[in-house]
Design a protein around this ligand. Sequence first.
Ligand SMILES: Cc1cc2nc3c(=O)[nH]c(=O)nc-3n(C[C@H](O)[C@H](O)[C@H](O)COP(=O)(O)O)c2cc1C
Length: 183
Amino acid sequence: MTVLHIDASINGDNSASRVLTQSIIDQIKGSSWGEEIVYRDLAAEPLPHLTLDQFADTSVLDEFLAADTVVIGAPMYNFTLPTQLKAWIDRIVIAGRTFRYSESGPEGLARGKRVIVALARGGIYSEGSPAAALEHLETYLRDVFNFIGIEPEFVVAEGLNLSPENRQQALDFAIGETVRLAA
Ligand SMILES: Cc1cc2nc3c(=O)[nH]c(=O)nc-3n(C[C@H](O)[C@H](O)[C@H](O)COP(=O)(O)O)c2cc1C
């Protein structure tokens, strides 16, 4: 089994999403054996913005297609995903490879993969909260993965910047969720 591990946070060792993706990877490694882990750090080695020329380079798409499980760290920046992660999405949502248009509408072609997304948000956006309508990270990632035929699973740590106590509580809860998800 091949696991693709992707981080996008610019916060280095202080990153909550990096802690969570590492916890998921540790769980996966601990629960079975023989996985090949492929790591891509989109903050350390950013992909350039998409240009027409870059459609010729399918290395990022091929790496995604080769993975059985994909673990993605997704920090919320300005209500949505970091531009580094968007540049990666732009390389995997490709007509004829991960989706196609049919007579009955768009059809996802990347079915069968497990995608686990670790979300980190400074504020609180969960359903029913006053800022819920500003959430364009989880909603976007769910829609884009659904579009290519995948139902992503989410681990959410939110309210991270409200206070140190909130941060610790949210991280502890989310780490517990990573254990449950990987089981
Ligand atoms: C450039 C930038 C923009 C941010 N925008 C938001 C935002 O719109 N909403 C929010 O709740 N938190 C926002 N935050 C806070 C981050 O979501 C929070 O620090 C989270 O922990 C980031 O994930 P990380 O710890 O993995 O880097 C922002 C942080 C940065 C650095």
